[in-house]
Design a protein around this ligand. Structure first.
Ligand code: 5RP
Length: 222
């Protein structure tokens, strides 16, 4: 089993970054909410600002986790299917390389996060310092896959050089995403063209999406 990420590290820094970020939000905006522990702090901070300044803002949540948090803080939410466009999407990241590629999906929400970011006019990535790395060669790429025939999908990914670990929950059962799919945490040692790997993975039947995010303009808050 892969110990993908320790979410409990750098919490003070994550909280500070989230508190800084909410200053960007303007009255009347539609805001995309990514997922993860940094975004949970963002929800707390924006709820406070909205209460103090009486702002009217709508939120489009990317995961059940962040939706639950937003409900707890009484944020006004709307589905991505009911809006034209998102003004700004805020999200975290697991790894950032060259300010051009993000690796996401440590929390298992990669498909929905990508959908939110791709439909946003502006993207703000909230990332503490340890997220910036020089090379992705030792990174784990989360891949969301359809449960039916998942062993066959895994074998197809191994054929192109990936070493796959099916993600487990705390009860050692297969982790299930908000889309009722599985996640394969996958290593591709020594392969540096992540865009090509992403494209190749996407062509494998059973793969929904990968945690490689690129081709978008990311603004970083650290
Ligand atoms: C979830 C994600 C998160 O954005 C990523 O895991 C960062 O999380 P955190 O803010 O807890 O470090 O991609 O799928």
């Amino acid at each position: 089993m892969v110990n993908f990420f320790d979410k409990s590290k750098n919490l003070d820094q994550k909280k500070k970054i989230a508190e800084l970020s909410v200053a960007i939000v303007e009255d009347g905006m539609t805001i995309g909410l990514g997922s993860g522990s940094t975004m949970a702090y963002f929800v707390e901070a924006i709820a406070k600002r909205m209460k103090n300044e009486k702002l009217t803002v709508r939120f489009v949540p990317a995961s059940k986790f962040i939706e639950k948090k937003a409900i707890e803080y009484h944020l006004n939410m709307i589905s991505i299917d009911e809006i034209e466009e998102i003004d700004i999407a805020f999200d975290g990241a697991d790894w950032i390389i060259g300010k051009e590629i993000l690796i996401k999906g440590g929390g298992g929400s990669l498909f929905r996060e990508k959908k939110i970011l791709l439909n946003a006019k502006n993207i703000c990535i909230l990332a503490d310092q340890r997220k910036y790395i020089d090379s992705l060669s030792e990174c784990i790429i989360p891949i969301e896959i359809i449960p039916f025939g998942y062993t066959k999908t895994l074998q197809s990914i191994e054929k192109i050089g990936g070493t796959c670990f099916i993600r487990k929950n705390k009860d050692e059962e297969n982790f299930v995403t908000d889309n009722f799919n599985y996640i394969l945490d996958t290593k591709f040692s020594g392969i540096y063209n992540w865009k090509a790997i992403h494209e190749e993975l996407k062509s494998i039947q059973g793969v929904v999406d990968t945690g490689v995010f690129y081709g978008m303009e990311f603004n970083f808050i650290s």
